[in-house]
Each structure stands twice: as C-alpha cells, then as structure tokens.
Design a binder for this molecule. Sequence first.
Ligand code: HPA
Length: 243
Amino acid sequence: MIGIVGGTHILEIEVLSDVKEVQIETPYGRAEVDIGRIDGIDVAIIQRHGKRKDKPPHRINHAANFFALKTLGVRYTIGMGSVGCLREEYELPSLIIPDDYIDFFSGITVFNDSLVHVTPGFDEYLRGVLLDTAKDISSFPVIEKGVYFQTKGPRLETRAEIAMIKNFADCVGMTAGSEATVARELGMSYAVICTMDNYAHGIKNEVVDYREIVMRARENAEECLKIVSEAVKRIWHEKFLKT
Ligand code: HPA
C-alpha cells in the first residue's frame, strides 16, 4: 500500500475507487484514513487538515497520521502541499519538489520518551520519482529542487519574516517539514510535491490574502494530483511488482 497525505482539497477530487473510511487508534491519538484504489493499486489517503477541515497546521497530529500509515503497511508516502513562493523570478502557478527543509519551530517528534536523534531529509528515491513524473506530464513549470521553510502557522508571515527567510529558502509552508521528520523517525520514506500558489508576503507588491491562496490552491490541486497518481503507479511497478 502507498500513502498520500494531502491538503484541504484532495478529497474534493474523486481520486479513489472502492473507498473505505477507517479510524485508526495509535499511541499518539486517532487518525482518519481513506483506503481505496488508484488504477487498481492500494492507496491510503490522509487529509491532514481533517475531513471536516477543522485541523489548522499547528494542531495536526502528524505522529498519529504517520503511525497509522505504518500500521497499514505503508512504506512510501507522498505529501501534497500548497506553498508560498519566495522567488520573485518564478512563474506561478508552478510545482516544486523540495530537496531540503528548515523547521526550527514545530518541535515535532515521535520520540518524547526516548533519546533518539534522526538525521532528517526528504526521501531521494521518492523525490526522483516525483521529479521524473512531473517532468514527463506536468503542464505547470517544474522547479526541481529547493528549500522548504516551515512556519508554525496558522497565520501567514510578516513582510520582515519573509525578507529574512527568503535568504535561506525557496518556498514557505506549514506542514511538510513536520511530516518529513515523523516519517524519518518512524523509518518511512516521504517526499513532497507542492503547488506554488502565491508569492509570499512582500515578495511582490501585492497583498497576500488567505482566501485567494485557498482559491488558487483548489485550482492547482488537480494538476498536482495528476502527477501524484502517475507517481503512485511508477512506485508500484518499481518497488512492488519487480520484487
Ligand atoms: N505562507 C505559508 N504557507 C503557505 C503560503 C504562504 O504564503 N501559501 C500557501 N501556504
């Protein structure tokens, strides 16, 4: 089974067939998972903001989500996200497949009661699959790598914060760093593909408005899901059929 963790709009698009909704109890709390198929391949999908859209970024239970996926036998998980763009020169909308992240603020870990220090990062195999797939079929420009800066949210960033972080990162979001960390801690593979839906606050001379971001993220989610669905097929063929 392959995992997908998506943002607000993933379940507005009919992606799975034979869907079964399950609630999984984990040592970290309960997770809601949709199990179904994409082109006959078993997939488990988590909507990180909750099916009732009631979990803002700082309250997402990433540990429960990834532990639940692990319980289901998932080894490979693809994240889908929406990010703000920190590069004035990039055209929007575009897709970015970050190759590293900065997350100073979340303090996320599954290791609250033991001394374990993982070396974090996105999974290079999954990143490669996402990249090749996006290059093959995306109708949006594809940014092949970059640093994802994770803020705590839920508020957007100040101009001063963006002026600082743009020196170190290419896009800004609120979830993918935490997901990468817990996935690594649980011994799972994870990489993320993000739609760049807006220029971050102060990058261009325009007001950043949450409702506008949501509208654009909704418009762009379908393109992202097209790539993720194809990547799922490629992972299945490479990792499950060949072995
Ligand atoms: N900032 C943080 N997270 C985001 C943004 C942003 O500008 N756009 C989409 N997710």
